[in-house]
Design a protein around this ligand. Structure first.
Ligand code: NAP
Length: 633
């Protein structure tokens, strides 16, 4: 929802603390606000402050741009009256912030009364009233048939226990799951989200033990909480979302994709539906896949599409996956030339025909009897050979469960993992260094630049073309060198006279030479690949690097090779990290906008990648009809 003048919001507990801050911030966007609070003096004060802010946006209004309604949120009829007053004044309700909350002053198990004035009141204010206000807000939004956003104020203590106030923690935990369970209302245009800040300096937190506040890194800025609320209002994809805001970690959606994945898979009993119900998969009698029939670095002439009959029953440890998106890699042409297999050409030729494609995402269509960690309907990623196929049968242990089978997830596989693992393992990347990335706007380069930046480094990146340079700038690269406009060698010499500390090099040939020359003392050059050599006239001819040993010896440098296949034991861990960074918006994933549909387009996609024109990750949609159904979910 775009925050714009003329929208209206109702804020409970709006007279002070977080409620007041959000109300004033809304007023700065020209939003009309009803302050609902117990405290009349402070409530009226806030309403008049909002009126002042709102004067910038509205002239000659026939109604006040802010009103105060005195109300105890635990009193059901008071609450109804407050909402009715708002509707009467503003004719609708766009935003409802259920913020009123209190802490418990005495430990509940020491309470010898019926708890009415202590813990029971906390439950009523923090939880029962939130349910009540959410209920009324939903009814009013439905009545007006206009989209609306409800934000319930939870707390970090609704995600983790707060031993000092179990009642407060329990009520906030209730608010979190209550709100998350309302995600399906999105279908009616009503988005209910929960905001869970850690400690903010307000009246409520003044009763909390300062040691506890210090232990979580001190008070958070109120501005961060307001930004969180605004994100939940503006981002149309957020419904049933729980945004945790912490001084130490910034904004983070909870549960993280890693947690969510565990929860989704483990909590499903046999035969129950998945959290996201993907369209049913009908198994045809046969399916198509791409095989390499002749060894050649020319992918098109090396491959063909063949028809395969399904073989049932499925082996006990295997799973059948319907592939939705497959990733295209520079090395597809090396695979089709047989380079991935050991032995001489004659020995490799005995393997023909073999399946092509390195990576894909899809949905489990069927499982063998012994398979436990995935079930029919689980979205999965796979990095086994043979992913240019409509279906693939693989040992289930190779499947990596993912939240959704999306193109961005494909990009995180070979491309994302190569960057993530190699910078850590081969590059020993720390912070405060200069990191140079070549072919930086490509599938894997885009991840390398961002991970180097996130680690606190200065990033230099090479690319060919303005579109790519613009992408790299948007990813935060400090110095983009578009080699079509300036000489990489000259820029490095002039602007980085002490050299660069790490090079993520995937072009090879001349680019390798000049990167090596630009390496600082103790520098590490990671050989990721050599795309410029893969498709020479007679295929890939190995080069000899005269003087390499002398060069690296003189400067205590390292040239480290990296091949992802050898790091399979680290894939899941790094994939989870990439997901988490992506979900928390710290990492962007660029997928090339050019559409490739069906297996027949794979050779076009491989050639497109090698044309040098691609931007980000090149992905083929294997089943466009199915992915369209999915996109509607
Ligand atoms: P990519 O970077 O998306 O490849 C396309 C980009 O490479 C082009 O946009 C172009 O960028 C550059 N390029 C293409 N053809 C070229 C040529 N003939 N000469 C010079 N540059 C050329 O592809 P990718 O799949 O992510 O692979 C990138 C590199 O990483 C490859 O060398 C690949 O083998 C390697 N890789 C290695 C591993 C591993 O485990 N070691 C894993 C994945 C990928 P600019 O013109 O903008 O430079």
């Amino acid at each position: 929802m775009e925050l714009k003048p003329g929208l209206s919001a109702l804020v409970t507990g709006g007279a002070s603390g977080i409620g007041k801050a959000i109300s004033l911030a809304l007023a700065q966007k020209g939003v009309f606000v009803t302050i609902v609070d117990f405290s009349e003096v402070r409530g009226k004060e806030v309403a008049s402050l909002i009126e002042k802010e709102n004067m910038k946006f509205h002239e000659n209004l026939r109604f006040p741009s802010a009103i105060f309604v005195k109300c105890d949120v635990t009193n059901a009829s008071d609450v109804v009256a407050a909402f009715e007053k708002h509707m009467e004044t503003y004719g609708g309700l766009d935003i409802c912030i259920n913020n009123a909350g209190i802490v418990t002053t005495n430990l509940f198990h020491k309470d010898k009364t019926d708890g009415t004035s202590t813990w029971r009141r906390t439950v009523n204010v923090n939880f029962v009233a939130v349910i009540d206000c959410t209920r009324i807000a939903i009814q009013m939004m439905r009545f007006k048939k206009k989209p609306g956003v409800i934000i319930n104020l939870g707390s970090a203590s609704g995600l983790y226990p707060m031993y000092a106030d179990p009642i407060y923690s329990g009520t906030k935990g209730g608010v979190v799951l209550f709100t998350r369970s309302l995600a399906p209302l999105k279908r009616e245009g009503i988005r209910v989200n929960v905001l869970c800040p850690e400690f903010v300096q307000t009246e409520l937190s003044s009763t909390v033990n300062p040691k506890l506040i210090d232990a979580v890194g001190g008070f958070m800025a109120m501005e961060d909480v307001v930004n969180g609320a605004f994100e939940l209002i503006k981002d149309e994809s957020k419904a049933g979302a729980c945004l945790w805001i912490a001084q130490r970690r910034g904004m983070e959606y909870w549960p993280s994709p890693t947690e969510e994945r565990k929860y989704l898979i483990n909590s499903r009993s046999k035969g129950s539906v998945t959290h996201i119900k993907f369209p049913n998969i009908r198994l045809p009698h046969s399916f198509e896949k791409i095989v390499v029939h002749t060894l050649s670095h020319n992918f098109r002439s090396a491959t063909k599409i063949v028809q395969i009959q399904f073989k049932f029953p499925i082996e006990p440890q295997h799973a059948l996956v319907k592939i939705i998106y497959a990733g295209v890699n520079a090395s597809d042409v090396n695979f089709s030339s047989g380079r991935y297999f050991s032995g001489n050409a004659k020995e490799v030729a005995t393997r023909l025909p073999f399946d092509a494609g390195f990576e894909a995402v899809g949905i489990v269509a069927s499982v063998g009897d012994s398979v436990r960690h995935v079930k029919v309907g689980t979205p999965v990623a796979l990095m086994t050979f043979g992913s240019y196929s409509e279906f693939t049968m693989v040992p289930a242990k190779h499947l990596l469960p993912v939240p959704r089978p999306d193109p961005e997830v494909v990009a995180m596989l070979t491309s994302g993992l190569t960057a993530s693992i190699s910078l850590e393992r081969a590059g020993h990347m720390q912070s405060g260094q200069v990191v140079l990335v070549t072919a930086a706007a490509g599938g894997t380069g885009q991840f390398a630049v961002q991970l180097a930046k996130l680690a606190g480094n200065k990033v230099v990146a090479t690319c060919g073309g303005e579109r790519k340079a613009a992408l790299l700038k948007s990813l935060g690269v400090d110095r983009v060198i578009d080699y079509r406009n300036e000489k990489v060698k000259d820029v490095l010499k002039k602007e980085f006279p002490k050299g660069v500390d790490i090079v993520y090099e995937s072009v090879g040939g001349e680019m390798f030479d000049l990167c090596l020359n630009a390496l600082a003392v103790y520098g590490r050059l990671i050989v990721i690949g050599m795309i410029s050599q893969y498709q020479g006239e007679h295929g890939w001819k190995p080069l000899t690097y005269t003087g390499l040993c002398e060069k690296i010896l003189a400067k205590s440098q390292t040239v480290a090779g990296f091949f992802l296949v050898q790091y399979a034991h680290m894939w899941q861990e790094h994939l989870d990290r990439l997901f988490d960074l992506y979900a928390s918006r710290k990492l962007k994933v660029a997928v090339d906008p050019k559409k490739f549909h069906g297996l027949a387009s794979v050779a076009d996609a491989v050639e497109y990648l090698h044309s040098g024109e691609s931007l980000g990750k090149v992905v083929v949609c294997i089943d466009p009809a199915f992915s369209q159904q999915m996109a509607k979910l």
